[in-house]
Design a protein around this ligand. Structure first.
Ligand SMILES: Nc1nc2c(ncn2[C@@H]2O[C@H](COP(=O)(O)OP(=O)(O)OP(=O)(O)O)[C@@H](O)[C@H]2O)c(=O)[nH]1
Ligand SMILES: [Mg+2]
Length: 358
């Protein structure tokens, strides 16, 4: 799972990236601001920590997601726009887009202003138009190809006709300046469109990079039609650069209860519609990410193809039930463990033991 941080120049993407990657200080990334950077990040999960305390395993494995720091896209010049296009192709290979918008005013004089403004709504609009436009170009090129193809009686003509109809529908939506997520919902259409990795078809989150005092905004906000969170990239980078034992005190002094890094990672999982399931034993506790709606067989296959192949049953308990019972034995006595089959839909926070036979 890969999340791309995108935005106009100097909105704080690399600062946020350093905080998320816990690179500490002004990490190596700032040496090459013109390049993309990738970091693998552990998803913070209190449930996994509880299981670790409880099972005292040899090993703890967090779920991971990747963050990609993309250089700022300067749409105010032709050269900048061309460069931006290049980087947006890396964005196409990501599963989700985080649009980082500048909303900090303090010390702003030392950071060059984009188009002489601090205006996140206008910035989002500009970024959004660019992504719409780039999808529109791709759609138009595809339509041209398909129009030629459907004139010939080839074996895949039916499919081409269907695709052409879909592309024309998408073109209309884009020309209406709406993201493709609003054009298609039918799973067959989504599948057909997915191959093109359209940008406005990707789940997206807005990050408002604010001054410290404005950064503690609640969850569940929206901005310009997107789910949004507020944070201060600079403070987050500072927190990430501290030793873990110093963080609590600093955060308390700043009036921050949860690092925005954690809020960001969690929001990404929620926007991508990703759940977590857990496995636990004396040898290892492990958190796994899985698309919402996936079944027990898919979860088993994620751990190992043998477990899916020889799947017998899944023994499942909701983490909260385990926690409130206190331990495995008490939960078992209270009848909280269930046996589920292949088609059981995994719920967020399920702790699972797969029984299999190969
Ligand atoms: N005052 C203040 N400055 C910030 C904040 N976030 C980033 N900056 C500063 O703004 C400048 C640019 O930050 P970067 O994180 O490099 O921004 P960027 O979006 O990666 O920039 P490009 O990749 O060049 O587009 C740096 O000097 C940061 O220290 C913030 O929340 N408050
Ligand atoms: Mg940068």
């Amino acid at each position: 799972m890969r999340v791309a941080l995108v935005g106009l120049p100097k909105s704080g993407k690399s600062t946020l990236f350093a905080a998320v990657a816990e690179a500490g200080g002004s990490g190596v990334h700032l040496d090459r601001p013109d390049q993309e950077h990738l970091a693998v990040v552990k998803v913070p999960d209190e449930r996994l920590d509880w299981l670790e305390d409880h099972y005292k395993p040899k090993k703890k494995t967090s779920a991971e997601i990747e963050f990609l720091d993309v250089p700022g896209i300067d749409l105010s010049s032709d050269a900048g726009r061309r460069h931006g296009r290049m980087h947006l192709s890396a964005v196409r290979q990501s599963d989700m887009i985080v649009m980082v918008l500048r909303d900090f005013r303090r010390h702003a004089e030392s950071v060059p202003l984009y188009r002489e403004r601090v205006n996140p709504a206008a910035d989002l609009e500009e970024l959004h138009s660019e992504m719409l436009f780039s999808d529109l170009e791709q759609v138009a090129a595809r339509i041209e190809k398909l129009q030629a193809a459907v004139r010939k009686p080839t074996p895949d003509r039916d499919r081409n006709v269907r695709e052409l109809e879909l592309m024309q529908r998408m073109q209309e939506v884009l020309e209406d300046e709406k993201p493709l997520t609003e054009a298609i919902s039918d799973p067959a259409d989504v599948k057909m469109a997915r191959a093109f990795a359209f940008q406005t078809l990707k789940p997206a989150l807005v990050v408002l990079n604010c001054d410290e005092e404005a950064a503690s905004g609640g969850e569940g906000d929206r901005f310009g039609g997107y789910p949004a969170i507020r944070l201060s990239a600079r403070i987050e980078e500072e927190i990430a650069s501290l030793q873990p034992e110093e963080r609590g005190e600093f955060m308390e002094a700043m009036g921050i209860s949860v690092p925005a890094r954690d809020r960001l990672i969690r929001s990404c999982c929620s926007v991508m519609n990703i759940n977590t399931f857990l496995t636990a034993s004396e040898s290892e506790v492990h958190a796994w990410l899985i698309p919402a709606g996936a079944d027990a067989l898919t979860a088993a296959g994620q751990i190992h193809s043998d477990i899916a192949r020889g799947f017998i049953r899944a023994q499942v308990i909701a983490f909260e039930d385990l926690k409130s019972a206190g331990d495995e034995k008490k939960a078992r006595a209270a009848g909280k463990y269930r046996l589920e089959g292949k088609h059981y839909i995994i719920q967020d926070g399920d702790e699972i033991l797969f029984k299999f036979n190969v």
